[in-house]
Design a protein around this ligand. Structure first.
Ligand SMILES: Nc1ncnc2c1ncn2[C@@H]1O[C@H](COP(=O)(O)OP(=O)(O)OP(=O)(O)O)[C@@H](O)[C@H]1O
Ligand SMILES: [Mg+2]
Length: 461
């Protein structure tokens, strides 16, 4: 039952209001002066305080201030007589929810009380939801104890509460978006929005209006003024994903936002000022893009204030067992299964695999395995051939070390060359296919071929 405190120096008014509220099912306490009221609020928790402003000893404003400071979950409603309207306006500015004028009417008072309590309930739910979100992205769901990922954690903690721009780089599926969220939800901006926009997924003309909004009539089809993502993120964080795909024209506009926190809507003349923290991410090599001239150097430096490099999963293999365990639990819960773990051979195969799709690929695999598995644990047979195959072949390659030893670096070089040539000949020198066979990037293959002077033999030779 909700508990309400009524404060008034007129015993008759106290009686009338207490009656109305008690009949409506509320628990009611009364206080005849300000000092008593504050003592009661100290001793007990009230969902709502209804108070007159002119009171003996301690006036209503002081009670209100006390509630706002010391019991922020308590709502406050002011009782006003003739001539105290001005005071009620002040009170509302200070944090009172509403006022009721005297003489009080039963239905009016019930409506205001209900509204106030409903409002508080919504506010509570809202905080709760935000807390849950925050928890979700704090660190519980961010797994890894490899030195590499611990370094990322430390950096997140250091920079979260600043306004510095962060540039997150890493291969696809390494957790860039998860990191961006961890930064936002660990920052003082956490109660304001985090707006995510994928710059690579939206065509250039649309992206500009997505980011900055547009005025009515700015272009054909702009029937209404529209607020952009930067405005929506005001007070919070904007996450510009796939920043490497942004067109040169938009790069210029973004640079200005970074420098001045100012922009205009498309087709607009009014300059809007915002307070937004920027986090950008890309799986491209931005320095290469700068050298090639597709990404502005000045923008790169503006974005790269705090660089955060997320290493690929294959460079932090010690995280794999932890992630497997985490994902098994997650999907057990979702699918109501009780998979206990992975057979050793199955785990060995997953440890040896290269994970080109990084954590996302591992997560998807575990989801599939949990759903499809019939037993209580996942066995080697459950692992798809595509993954087993790629690891098994490496193990089956034979090496022989001569009695008098080898020059290690040279031998490795030679061996690499042989592998590349073999792959190329098996694929008729189609580099894309050869790279796939070797499970390396096509560009890596081409670089290695150049370094090792490997060229397709001329026909007939
Ligand atoms: N360290 C981690 N712990 C737990 N889950 C992770 C971790 N890293 C990534 N994931 C999960 O892997 C998936 C991919 O992560 P995310 O979307 O953040 O990657 P990304 O780097 O943004 O990828 P892309 O470049 O493809 O957009 C998500 O479901 C995410 O929750
Ligand atoms: Mg992403």
């Amino acid at each position: 039952m909700e508990k309400i405190l009524i404060v008034d120096d007129d015993p008759e008014i106290l009686e009338v209001i207490a009656d109305i509220l008690q009949q409506a099912g509320y628990e009611v306490d009364q206080a005849a002066d300000g000092r008593k009221a504050i003592r009661r609020i100290e001793d007990d928790f009230y969902d709502l305080v209804i108070t007159d402003l002119n009171l003996p000893k301690v006036d209503g404003m002081k009670i209100l201030r006390y509630v706002v400071d010391q019991s922020p979950e308590t709502m406050c409603v002011i009782l006003t007589g003739y001539g105290t309207i001005k005071g009620s306006v002040e009170a509302i500015k200070m944090g009172a929810f509403d006022y009721i004028s005297k003489p009080v009417k039963s239905d009016e008072i019930l409506i205001v009380v209900e509204k106030a309590l409903k409002f508080r309930q919504l506010e509570r739910e809202n905080t709760l939801l935000k807390q849950q979100l925050r928890k979700k992205y704090r660190f519980e769901n961010f797994i890894g104890d490899s030195a590499a990922i611990q370094k990322v954690f430390e950096l997140i903690e250091k920079v979260a509460d600043t306004d510095s721009t962060v540039l997150i780089t890493g291969e696809s599926g390494t957790g860039k978006e998860l990191i961006a969220k961890a930064i936002h939800y660990n920052s003082y901006r956490r109660d304001n929005p985090m707006v995510v926009i994928n710059c690579g997924a939206i065509p250039e003309e649309l992206l500009e209006s997505e980011l900055f909004g547009h005025e009515k009539g700015a272009f054909t089809g702009a029937h209404k003024t529209r607020v952009g993502r930067f405005e929506l993120a005001n007070g919070g964080t904007i996450f510009l994903d796939e920043i490497g795909d942004m067109s040169p024209n938009l790069q210029v506009k973004l640079l200005r936002v970074l420098q001045e926190q100012k922009f205009e809507r498309v087709g607009g003349t009014r300059t809007l000022e915002i307070d937004v923290r920027i986090i950008a991410a890309t799986n491209k090599n931005l320095i290469n893009a700068v050298n090639k001239g597709t990404f502005r150097q000045d923008l790169y430096y503006r974005l790269n204030v705090i660089p955060m490099k997320v290493p690929p999963l294959r460079m932090r293999k010690s995280d794999i067992p932890l992630l497997i365990d985490f994902f098994i639990k997650k999907f057990n819960k979702q699918t109501r299964k009780r998979i206990t773990g992975l057979a050793q051979e199955a785990q060995d195969v997953l440890m040896a695999y290269r994970w080109p799709g990084n954590v996302r690929e591992l997560e998807n695999l575990i989801e599939r395995l949990v759903i499809l598995s019939n037993g209580d644990s996942i066995t080697l047979e459950d692992i798809p051939e595509s993954i087993k195959g790629k690891t098994a072949k490496v193990e089956s390659i034979e090496v022989k070390i001569p009695k008098d030893g080898i020059v290690f670096d040279q031998a490795v070089e030679e061996y690499e060359k042989k592998l590349i040539l073999q792959a190329l000949s098996e694929t008729n020198w189609v580099k894309t296919k050869a790279a796939k066979l070797l499970n390396i990037n096509r560009t890596t293959l081409i670089e290695k071929m150049k370094k090792k002077n490997l060229y397709k033999p001329a026909v007939g030779s």
